[in-house]
Design a protein around this ligand. Structure first.
Ligand code: PRP
Length: 185
């Protein structure tokens, strides 16, 4: 285990079961749609989850990416969502967009993005997250697909970072508090 990890919250085996379950749910829910199914990866944290999930979906699937931010340097959302990389495809009215997130915290990012993409003309917009922290909500938001609900702990790994580190860990772990408390977070 990584020396900065206090304990593993979700193991590789558990993540594998989660991605298998969600892929089957997606296959079931979209199999009768004639629209194009587009997974929208919200960079950067969702890269690992999206990569594993898309391999398990058996329907024809397309991928796209967006980069957004609502956080400054701290751990509290600023409340304002900035779009740094947008969807450029011209055929949104032909698309079922499924936004893929690593984690929902305040809910501000996804509630904004769903409205934004609907206003841009997408046929349908749904959301999928690996992790959900409902205890941190500032706006009401319920994802369409959820890997697992977690407590309010600082989680890293499987795409999630602390100061851009630890994204490549193959599991979701809890960061040792002394790592971020020593830096005044
Ligand atoms: C995280 C996460 C979501 C957002 C969730 O991204 O990937 O996009 O925060 O928070 P919210 O529910 O409070 O809006 P982050 O800004 O850490 O960027 P990253 O994915 O590049 O690490």
């Amino acid at each position: 285990m990584n020396e900065f990890v206090d304990r593993i919250l979700i193991s590789e085996e558990e993540i594998d079961k989660i991605t298998t379950r969600i892929a089957a749910e997606i296959d079931r829910d979209y199999k009768n749609s004639e629209k194009r199914l587009v997974l929208v990866c919200i960079l950067k944290g969702s890269i690992v989850f999206m990569g594993d999930l898309m391999k398990k979906i058996t329907l024809p699937v397309e991928i796209d990416c967006m980069k957004v931010s609502s956080y400054g340097r701290g751990t509290e959302s600023s409340g304002t969502v900035h779009i740094h990389l947008d969807l450029l495809r011209p055929d949104l009215e032909d698309c079922n967009l499924l936004i893929i997130e690593d984690i929902i915290d305040s809910g501000i990012t996804l509630s904004y993005l769903v409205k934004y993409l609907e206003n841009k003309g997408a046929h349908n917009v749904k959301t999928c997250t690996l992790l959900d922290k409902p205890s941190r909500r500032k706006v009401e938001f319920v994802p369409d697909y959820c890997g697992t609900v977690i407590p309010d702990e600082f989680v890293i790994g499987y795409g999630l970072d602390y100061d851009e580190r630890f994204r490549a860990l193959p599991y979701v772990g809890i960061l040792k508090p002394e790592v971020y408390s020593s830096l005044g977070e």
